[in-house]
Design a protein around this ligand. Sequence first.
Ligand code: IPM
Ligand code: MG
Length: 356
Amino acid sequence: MKTYKLAVIKGDGIGPEIVDETLKVLDKTGERFGFGFEYLPCKMGGEAIDATGVPLPQETIDVCKSADSVLLGAVGGEKWDTLPGHLRPEAGLLGIRGALGLYANLRPARIFAPLKNASPIKSEIIGEGLDILVVRELTGGIYFGERGRREVNGAAAAYDTEQYTVPEIERIARVGFEMAQKRGKKLTSVDKANVLESSRLWRETVIALAAEYPDVQLNHMYVDNCAMQLVRNPRQFDVIVTSNIFGDILSDEASMISGSIGMLASASLARGSFGLYEPIHGSAPDIAGKGVANPLATILSAAMLLQYSLGEPKAAAAIERAVNEVLATLRTPDIFEPGCQKAGTIEVGDAVCARL
Ligand code: IPM
Ligand code: MG
């Protein structure tokens, strides 16, 4: 029997609860489809700060590198919010992206049929539904550029730098084109080329690549317009490809259009098949330990893992089907609607397993 090695970072807040349910679902999926998992626990974020003094211990990087892929719950919490920047849980997240070369962040924002009423956007705008994939560059740009403090004209000042090289733009644009080829064949490249030089290079590079993907319809949009269009007419989008900072902001906006951040999964991919999979939502310290957190975004992240990293698309589809079935009856409080049964984290995990 094939055994996949998964590094597992449960993390902080609700992380451990939602990851436990996801591991149950993975085990059940493996049983049904004929493969198994070996889980390698590792620490990152607040949990790692408490245990080792740093948010991303070298041991975690080593264990992740030895695995087929990584499953992550969530990191962060008030307890660590006053630490200096490089020691905060978020630095662990940025650090692991860099250390593992996770340059392509896939953030699907879609409306699950049973949750149609959850979107804050009017139903006539949503129409039949919504299925947008944000492809965010994840290891370059201003989040990784040179930064610092200095004095300017006698005043204290601070700076961060946005820089992209042509190879960095090409490799993320290729992911955008390839994803579009597998979906609706439409790619929107988002930049701020009317102002930023880095965006002008971004646009030139994407245009030059487009010749290799004649079956994909490419358009360009300024980021401010895109933010507006996502609310005005979100159905015009299929795949959006953009820089680290623009993707950070637009993917939060796109996720809210779907109405249920507790449902949205993500994949961060390196060259080859290696990836890190995590829910889009955070560690929700306010509900941690209460048994009410929605595990479905993490469970759906595991489905992405099976699809993109392990080459098990049938198993991935089975999880998605089971999640949709569960949504028809059982709901955690964040997505509760009258007519459904209110359920806790473990009940929802059990219900997904039962439908596999
Ligand atoms: C995200 C988060 C992170 C980011 C933070 C926590 C560093 O907002 O994954 O979108 O900005 O990338
Ligand atoms: Mg973000």
